[in-house]
Design a protein around this ligand. Sequence first.
Ligand SMILES: [Zn+2]
Length: 285
Amino acid sequence: MHSLSPDAPHRLWLEAFDALSRQLESGQRPPVKDLLMPLMLQVASSPYLKANAVGFWDQGPARLWLPRFLFQPSPPAKPRFTLGLFAGIHGDEPAGILGLMDFVRELDHHPDFGLDFQLALYPLCNPSGYLAKTRESASGRDLNREFWRHSPEPEIALLEQEILRHKFDGIIALHSDDTCNGFYGFARDRLISEQMLTPALAAAGRLLPCDPSPLIDGFHAVNSIIHSAYDGILSASPTQRPQPFEVILESPQNAPLSLQRQAFVSALRAILQSYRSFMAYSADL
Ligand SMILES: [Zn+2]
């Protein structure tokens, strides 16, 4: 009898992921089902990862959908920290999509690491922009300026509904910037956001330099961290209490895609570690 070796699923995943990375690096945009193939392969072999659709809408003759992946290491015996991880809200920034895929694959191999967390992953927040290789969606709007302002964009309505429903403890968005001199991040409002971002940048900085400039993307920056942000960016509902920590990671888009992706994985790993320590410390106070 013929049986698959235990590492066969991993080999399949690696092949699909390598092929996808090469296509994206060379500027191709494989169809959404091919883009999501590594994640779907992982769902097929993982007891912890589930896939579904947040919703569908029609864009001309095309039917688009917003994919969601839920990662939960085992049935929750105690309350978990829920994090929302978002990528691809700008359609021309594929590094974050690969970063999320690689990160959740790593979690799957080391489920203890994700034990205290329930993660909701949204790897493709702007499918029409991804397919057209544009920052904006097919409507011509920058979706990352549309949140919590009664936007008519279907992606925004679906994402806002998810954010309201999950009431995340933390929101992390992955972006890439072609004008910066290295990795950097936005830490919105709360001190805890900066406490999550600082170790994340240190981890990413081992793979790619962090941007040392005092002015990044038009904002005042200290140690590669920006505290202000544009209005309408992906964030928690303004009425959510308590407010979550909110971090935006920005990779330097002109660096090799594989390095941007690895830097995202390291940064995300650091955030989970910091958050767990932070909550353990708070519980002891
Ligand atoms: Zn972006």
